[in-house]
Design a protein around this ligand. Structure first.
Ligand code: ATP
Length: 313
């Protein structure tokens, strides 16, 4: 049956991300830090299905749905919907049904993926016809990771992380994710980094840059090279706040990963593997050690309209 665009449920899928490199500069007067990062979108997705309604409401289901996700105006998807309505003068509402697979407060940008998916879904549902760059502009007002969730692939992010340039990546990279049921607060991890730098008078670049070796290894497409280039300035503070992360990293390397890195502000740990078979073997070894690893790959697409409902695919 062919329904008119505005009466159909619009389903958009947006990816979670891993930071392959994350350099953090000094804290600025507005509280933000200058970043130099490389994002890769991975095959762990958020599905947002939007339908017309009088108000803007949200409901979350799926393996990562839990009480930590607000359902009021603090929810990033609700904020995205309200911002879009405000920016375009649209006067109606929508119900947003989120199927959550990206861990909450896991350092994988799940809330940002929800916001990106909502912008794309409502632009279609409300027939607004915004350009991608207009959606990017609205996305960056919602959070530094939202533009990347719209774009996907592999990209360099500078400024607050939202000034994006695509990075050339050859082939696919296989990752095993070790997620945690308890999230880490991003501001707390940054605050710990700042205080350690201050206490120890550490020297760091105010405006960090992505080292060329990271981009060369992505272009070359060899996971062994990328494994050596992985780096995250937030890893040490995240491990201080959550000491068991050091064990998780060690388990990952013992299970056969080429290297392990905390993604973003953590606590998700991403294990880079030599290929799909190696990742499957690592998942099995981790299972024997009592840990649940999830095999994903990257790069994948950014927020994209899907035709069917998420559960029919
Ligand atoms: P980032 O690294 O981008 O700060 P993250 O991936 O570590 O984020 P998110 O899952 O995006 O973490 O959410 C961080 C916090 O934002 C959550 O603890 C929650 O209170 C709030 N939040 C608001 N909207 C959402 C949403 N749609 N999904 C998940 N959390 C949300």
């Amino acid at each position: 049956m062919n329904l008119p665009a505005d009466s159909r449920a619009v389903h958009v899928r947006a990816p979670g991300k891993i930071n392959l490199y994350l350099g953090v500069g000094g804290r600025q007067t507005d509280g933000y830090h200058e970043l130099a990062t490389v994002f890769q979108a991975v095959s762990l997705f958020e599905d947002v299905t939007a339908t017309l309604a009088d108000e803007i409401t949200v409901h979350t289901t799926g393996p990562q749905a839990h009480d930590g996700v607000p359902t009021d105006d603090r929810n990033l998807a609700v904020r995205a919907a309200k911002l879009l309505a405000h920016a375009t003068g649209y006067r109606g509402g929508a119900h947003l049904e989120i199927y959550k697979q990206v861990p909450v407060a896991g350092g994988m940008g799940g809330g940002s993926a929800d916001a990106a998916a909502t912008l794309v879904a409502l632009d279609h549902l409300w027939q607004l016809g915004l350009t991608l760059s207009e959606l990017h502009e609205l996305g960056s007002q919602l959070g530094a990771d939202v533009p990347f969730a719209l774009q996907g692939g592999t990209a360099i992010g500078t400024g607050r992380g939202d000034d994006l340039h695509p990075a050339l990546a050859t082939g696919r990279f296989d990752w095993v994710l070790l997620t945690s049921s308890r999230g880490l607060s991003t501001p707390e991890v940054y605050a710990r980094l700042d205080s350690r730098r201050e206490e120890n008078s550490l020297i760091f670049p105010l405006t960090p840059e992505v080292p060329p070796v990271v981009l060369q290894s992505l272009r070359g497409g060899f996971p062994e090279d990328l494994a050596e280039a992985l780096h995250n300035d937030l890893q040490a503070p995240a491990c201080e706040l959550r000491p068991e992360l050091a064990d998780t990293i060690r388990h990952g390397v013992v299970a056969g990963a080429l290297n392990a890195i905390v993604s973003g502000s953590g606590p998700t740990v991403a294990l880079l593997c030599g290929g799909a078979d190696e990742a499957a073997a690592a998942v099995e070894r981790l299972r024997e050690a009592g840990l649940r690893g999830q095999h994903v790959h990257g790069p994948v697409h950014g927020a994209r309209i899907m035709n069917a409902s998420p559960h029919d695919e």
